[in-house]
Every structure is written in C-alpha cells, then in structure tokens.
Design a protein around this ligand. Sequence first.
Ligand SMILES: [Zn+2]
Length: 252
Amino acid sequence: MRPRLCFLGTGNAVCMNGRGQAATWFEDASGALLLDCGPSFMAHANRFGVDLARLDAVAITHFHGDHLAGLPFLLMHFQGIDRRTRPLHLLGPAGLRRHLDALCALMYDGWGLPFELRVHEWDPAGPLAPWDDPRWVITPAAMRHKPESLGFRLQTAETVVAYSGDTVLCPELFALSRGADVLVVECTLPTPIVPIHIHARELVEALPDLHARRVAAIHTDDATAANAAAAGPDGQLPAGLFFPADGEVWEL
Ligand SMILES: [Zn+2]
C-alpha cells in the first residue's frame, strides 16, 4: 500500500456545509495514524470506510472540542465493537490524559478498557523530542492558538506530512511545513475575524513560503475556499493549494 491521507473531517467546530470536524487519517503498509479526533469522527470513519482495526496512534493537537471530543466514542468502539486488545498510542499536549479521563467520566460510567492506552505528552514550552516508532517519526512543534497547541511533522521512509492543527501563520508553521510532501493546514476564516486562525487571503499569499509540495486546507468551509480562490491568479486557487472534501483520499 502506498502511503495515503484520508480527509475524514475538513470542517471546523460549526460544521458549515456539512463538513465534519477535525480528523485526518494517515495510513501506509505498516499501520494508521489519526490526526485529531473531532466528535464527528466515528460517523465519518464508518461512512468513508477506513479500517479502524489498523489504527496504531492518535495525535491530538489541542484541547478544543472539535479536535478532541471524538475520542471517547472511538474508545467505546474499540471496547464494544472491535474488542481491541493491542495497545493504542495517544500523543498530544501535557494534560491530555487528565482531560480525556475527565471527558470520559462525564460522558459515561463504567469504562474499563480491555486494552492499554499508552499516552505520550509534550509540554509545548519544554523540549519537543520526537516520538520515535520504528516505522514513523512524529515531531511536534508549538503552534500559536492555545497555550498547549501543537502541530506535528510525520516522517516515514516514504513521505513527510506536516499537520498544523489550529494556529495563526507563524515562523513555527513555516518551519514545520518546509520540504513536506503534504502540508495539511487550517484555513478557518473567509476573512480576518478572530486573531487565532488563518484566513483565506493570507494562506494564498503565504503559499510560496510554506515550501510544501502540496497544501491541503482544512478546518474550513465553502465560503473560505471561495475567498481563497478569489485571492488567487485569475480567480482560481494557486497551483499546489487544494480544499479537499470530506472522504477525499490523497495518495502520497
Ligand atoms: Zn482550536
């Protein structure tokens, strides 16, 4: 199997135009990694047919609900449907285990997972050493959105994928992106509205300096995609920039 990305949720918290919340699925011959797990994840994973049994690790960028709140339902699936027994790796900012435990306890009683959750947390202010699996290297970088926000750079023998999570344009994002085969980047806003996200025109203008072979804009909606096109040459998206739909698959 060639490495590939499946965009399971290209929307943001409010799911405009029916887009699901943050969930990007990476897989290759060795297994699968989920980048963020919004509350619509299980619906879209089933709808678009990813094989959840292949999932090895989930990487969470920050503690907003549209990136985190699908996790209890995923764990419930592994507990009651898949009857998973092998460990699941969970990667993210410091406090992830505590927040997940609180969220699960609030939602349902009687957890007791039949498999081990191996949690790896990074403090964005501390050393950000890579998580080194024999197959993949996942390197976090501090992003600018919430104090705990991280982006991730995934390197395998075959490809490099950079994933911004939520952020503004910042030097850390340009460093994360440089040389990636694909940058999956948030583009939340049609125009500048709140200063914690990227908007359409600035993403188009920043594109040459991101130095990624392809850029997938997610955490978005159709109006933002239209504004990005309007900012491009001849009213089209510039070469290399795409707004994938939910369920779209990219071979890498
Ligand atoms: Zn956020």
